[in-house]
Design a protein around this ligand. Structure first.
Ligand code: NI
Length: 173
């Protein structure tokens, strides 16, 4: 049964993955992929960072749903982008993996057991937060970076008027 409280969040994560596919993703052409947008990262590297966020949060969500509490490491954001040589990866691969990963995460978020949403999760040395907060902060972080890659009117059209581009509240996102 789908946990109704997470339905809206799940829908937004899912629709964020539809802002563009492959070459239709805004800024997909040649030099634009290498343009620096934030932290010295290129558009490509921001996409790689969003894949790292998806994979780390995937494990957080699933493990927290199976345990009474979660104690999980953070991740080295710059180190992850560097060792995976994101800059040399294929753009279409990055966009399709990112979009597919988010559609699958949205499915998982929608099915998180309601009884587990208050499970306390400690990520790295941060103060514990609930699984519900982690999932909400995942979306905040995702939209924050999407706002750096995609025109705001595109996000408004795809995700709805309620989208926001605020940074995540959690330090390790
Ligand atoms: Ni980030």
């Amino acid at each position: 049964m789908i946990g109704e409280p997470m339905k809206e969040l799940s829908d937004k994560v899912s629709s964020s993955g539809s802002v563009g596919r492959g070459d239709s993703f805004p800024g997909a052409r040649g030099g634009e992929q290498q343009a620096r947008v934030v932290r010295g990262w290129s558009r490509k590297q921001v996409l790689g960072h969003l894949i790292d966020s998806a994979s780390n949060n995937h494990q957080r969500f699933v493990r927290a749903a199976l345990q009474t509490a979660l104690d999980f490491p953070g991740y080295d954001q710059d180190g992850c982008v560097r060792v995976q040589a994101v800059e040399e990866a294929d753009w279409t691969l990055l966009v399709s993996l990112w979009a597919g990963y988010n559609r699958y995460l949205a499915h998982g978020i929608a099915h998180l057991p309601v009884s587990k949403l208050e499970t306390l999760c400690r990520i790295g040395s941060d103060e514990p937060v609930t699984l519900r907060f982690l999932a909400e902060d995942y979306l905040r972080h995702l939209l924050h970076h999407l706002g750096q890659l995609v025109p705001h009117f595109t996000l408004k059209t795809r995700i709805g008027a309620g989208w926001t581009c605020m940074p995540p509240l959690h330090r390790v996102s």
